[in-house]
Design a protein around this ligand. Sequence first.
Ligand code: NAP
Ligand code: MN
Length: 252
Amino acid sequence: MVVKGDAKSQKTAAYLKTLIKDIYDDKNPDKIITIGGDGTFLKAVHLYESILDKVDFFVFNTGHLGYFSNFDIDSINDLLTKINSDSYQCSEFNLLEYKIQTGSNTISGIALNEVTIINPTRTLMLDVFLNNQLLEHFRGTGICISTPAGSTGYNKSLGGAVVDSSLEAFQVTEIASINSRIHHTLSSPLLLSKKHEVEFKAEDPTCIWITADSKSLTIENFQSLAIILSDRKVKFVRNDISFIERLKKNFI
Ligand code: NAP
Ligand code: MN
C-alpha cells in the first residue's frame, strides 16, 4: 500500500488491511493499492519503478481529483472481492523513457504522465530533433512531452489534445514558445507514433529543470534529453468506467 498522509486515507488503509487476505509485502509486492489521489498513484509508480511489469495497481481515491482512480468508498467491496479472489482484468498504460546527458553524467528514468524541460526564469534555447533530424530551434519557457494517460494532466493545461490511452503515441506540447519574425517553432501540439525518438539539445551547456511526473531535477551543465515511448507499461486494474465517462466525470 502507498498511502497519502491525511486521516481519511490512513483510516481507509487500516480498514482494508484487516480484510485483505494476501500476505503484506512492501519489498516485493504483486498488487499495489494506492490510497489518496493521482499524486499518490504517481508516487507509487516511481517507488516501484524497477518492478512495474510484475505489479497490478488498485487506485483508490479519497477525495482528490483522482483521474486515475478506479475505486472509492462506494466501490470498496468490489475492490475487496477483486483483490481477495484474484479475479480481475488489467488495462495497460504506456510509459515514457528519458535519458538526460550532462557534461559528466547520464540520468535515465520513466514517466507515466509527462516529462517537461523548463527554464522558468530565462529563455530556454533548444535544438529539437526527431529521429536525429533537426526540426526546429526552440525559444521559450519549456516543452512538455506526455503520454496518452498524461494527456489530461499538464498537457491539457497547455492546450494539448486529450488522447485515448489505447493509442501507442506520445505528444510534444510547447510552453510559451517565442514566435516572431526572428524565431519560429511548429507552435501546434505534435502527436508522434512509437517509431519516433525526440531529442532536445542545448545550444550551449546551461542549467535547466526537468520533471518526470511529480519528480523534479535541477540539471547543471545540461547537454541533451532524449525521449521515446517505452515498451514497459503500468498495469492498472480495470473497472467499468469508459474513457468517455472518465472524461465527463473529471472535466465536464
Ligand atoms: P498536483 O499539483 O496535485 O497535480 C495537479 C492536478 O493534476 C491534481 O488535481 C492531480 O490530481 C491532477 N492530475 C495528475 N495526473 C493527472 C492526469 N493524468 N490527468 C488528469 N489530472 C491529473 O501534483 P501531483 O498530484 O503530484 O501530480 C503531478 C502532475 O501534476 C504532473 O504529472 C502534471 O501532469 C500535473 N501538473 C500540472 C500543471 C499544470 O496543469 N499547470 C503543472 C504541474 C504539474 P490529484 O488531485 O488526484 O492529485
Ligand atoms: Mn496531487
